[in-house]
Ligand binder design. Sequence first.
Ligand SMILES: NC(=O)c1ccc[n+]([C@@H]2O[C@H](COP(=O)([O-])OP(=O)(O)OC[C@H]3O[C@@H](n4cnc5c(N)ncnc54)[C@H](OP(=O)(O)O)[C@@H]3O)[C@@H](O)[C@H]2O)c1
Length: 357
Amino acid sequence: MTDSTTLPKKMKAAIATGFGDIDKNIQVVEDWPVPTLKAKDDILVKVSACALAPGDVRVLSGKTDWIQLPKGGHPYVVGGDLSGVVISSNSKKFNPGDYVVSRFELPGPSGALGEYKVVKESLTEHCPESIDPIQSCGLTASTMAAKKIVDQCVNKGDRVLVIGGSGAVGSSVLQYAKIAGAAHIVAVSSQEDLCKSLGADSVIDYRNQNWWQMPEYQTDPFDVAIDLVGGENWEQGGCSGAAIKRKGIYVALPPGVQSEIELHGCWGLVSLSFQWLWLVLWTTLHPKVPRNVMPDGLDLRDGDLREMLNDVVEGRIKPVLDPSGPFEFNNDSVREAFHLQGSKHAHGKVVVKIADA
Ligand SMILES: NC(=O)c1ccc[n+]([C@@H]2O[C@H](COP(=O)([O-])OP(=O)(O)OC[C@H]3O[C@@H](n4cnc5c(N)ncnc54)[C@H](OP(=O)(O)O)[C@@H]3O)[C@@H](O)[C@H]2O)c1
């Protein structure tokens, strides 16, 4: 086993050399420097697996360069969420040999698709051995966010619509909504069997039908819509108030009205913040439109990750991985994983295996 005394100076890592084109800009190299502990809550982890998320593709695209490009600019190691084994630690909570999971650091993911990563104590938790590293690496961001969204927005007896039910967050939202005691759960997705196996009572295939135009939901509208896709779902559906109760809520991730955030400078941030505030104000005051809500899925408190991992260990929550993974740690496979994540049609987490645990 590697320990701090036998640690190499260089490691294998997937780096981004510029914005945009995945095939041109992502490269797996063999000579990236192994990171070292600096701050008092730093932990050095030997990575077992890395899970991608929409944020990884967003950072690579350059659309949010002003806020999310990693500090040193290009090149940087891609990937945000991981599972692995502690090598050395400045934190008293973690010791060499501990099996852990860790989430990306705000404002944007980087550093996890390499053999080693320094992670923060506040974003890391001990992982029970019964969850294997391929399954556990994606739980800290998407399943945790799903738990928080449902805790904040769904009440017992609610009729719940989940738009994007087969995605990484949606597949956990369906399960948590069931646990929360939702009376009826409808998923919008092309994956009927998967969504039903996760707790959806019925599934609307968005390729054939628009949920906001279906008579049964206009007669018996939803209390809560959780939109993990954006775009016309709000513009045509949420905004019309046709299938959501007058006093219902529309939970939007991505927030606001766009399906893609673009942020290139301070003026962009000001303008986006005003758009969001205006949307919240307008929908709060409007008598016929559900209130547009932006949940906080990323604020981690002590114990949150432990509680979510317990849900998995005790069988209440099943991790969902896209069936084309886990991807191998080489140029072609890592690029393929990024293409799948960027397609917006992954069914569960997109995982790259880095090493045997
Ligand atoms: N992943 C995370 O860790 C995380 C954490 C916090 C917040 N978020 C945010 O949450 C949002 C969702 O993230 P995610 O990771 O769940 O995304 P994702 O896994 O990339 O979502 C892909 C899913 O979206 C579905 N989809 C695509 N177009 C659709 C449409 N028009 N109607 C219904 N479903 C559609 C696809 O199903 P089909 O194949 O059926 O089209 C696919 O299953 C993003 O804004 C993300 O930034 C993500």
